[in-house]
Write a protein that binds this ligand. Structure first.
Ligand code: AKG
Ligand code: FE2
Length: 266
């Protein structure tokens, strides 16, 4: 009797897991189709971005100011502000803030997805880092996200952006809102990066484009205070998207910490 009951429970468990996995598979197939549609329809005007001189990437970090036309930033900001409530994560001492993941952006933010996927962005980042890079896969929740710093204390502690792929992996940040009572009307959220042994402040006013090798450059964001707000589009590009088994497993564990158990089935 007891054995039978256990068997039934085990079968139900396996059935449930298989079903959940199948559902995620179906979701990613649907997202791939949606991505094709977005690529075909949503055009983002990157203005003269590609005509700009390519800055040096010797320190594995660089930034451009006034990266995109104002009208493009306005569109991206409008889409970001329409997003459903971001998922808030609180990982003690590491991160407090909101994140909207890639798959959610497909529904409500086609221009943000189109910018990330655009030929122009791939070309620009490839030229800056000196190797051909592409967007990271659709099932990786960190490929593209919008980060919301909007409650007092929202911040990210010192970290490297883990590289889950065989190739080199680069992080590209595009702040679209940064307002508060620090210098220049910006928020107190300051991006700090360690270049060698030197800690540098990286200015992140709206419409700056920060490109860095997050897996090699330790970085953090200091807390915002009451009444401040900072929204950042965070994109990752990679020179070889393939991942070995260990890299895939580590990515899932990290995604589960940030986005919950649904990320297990990716
Ligand atoms: O918000 C920022 O400036 C940094 C975010 C970050 O560390 C990341 O997206 O990896
Ligand atoms: Fe990071």
């Amino acid at each position: 009797m007891v054995t039978e009951a256990l068997l039934v429970i085990a079968a139900a468990g396996v059935g449930g897991l298989t079903y959940a996995r199948w559902r995620r598979g179906a979701l990613y197939e649907a997202l791939e189709k949606r991505l094709d549609a977005i690529r075909a329809s949503a055009r983002v005007d990157v203005g003269s971005l590609l005509q700009r001189p390519v800055p040096s990437f010797e320190s594995r970090l660089t930034r451009l100011t006034e990266a995109l036309p104002t009208t493009t930033i306005d569109t991206l900001r409008r889409e970001a502000l329409q997003l459903v409530r971001p998922e808030r994560s609180y990982i003690p001492t590491h991160k407090k803030g909101g994140t909207v993941a890639y798959e959610t952006l497909f529904e409500t933010a086609p221009s943000i997805v189109a910018l990330y996927q655009s030929r122009e962005m791939c070309d620009l980042i490839s030229r800056i880092v000196g190797m051909d890079v592409r967007p990271t896969p659709i099932y990786d929740q960190s490929s593209l996200s919008v980060l919301f710093y909007e409650k007092p204390g929202d911040h990210i502690g010192w970290h490297y952006d883990h590289n889950f792929y065989r190739g080199r992996h680069f992080t590209v940040l595009l702040p679209i809102i940064n307002e508060g009572t620090a210098g220049g009307g910006l928020s107190h959220a300051t991006l700090k990066a360690k270049i060698g042994s030197t800690e540098t402040d990286v200015a992140t006013p709206p419409n700056s484009l920060i490109v860095f090798e997050g897996a090699r450059v330790n970085h953090k964001v200091t807390p915002i205070i009451e009444g401040e707000r900072r929204l950042v589009i965070s994109m990752t590009y990679c020179s070889d998207n393939r991942a070995n088994v260990v890299q895939g497993a580590v990515r899932r564990i990290k995604d589960v910490a940030f986005f919950g158990p649904r990320a297990l089935w990716t």
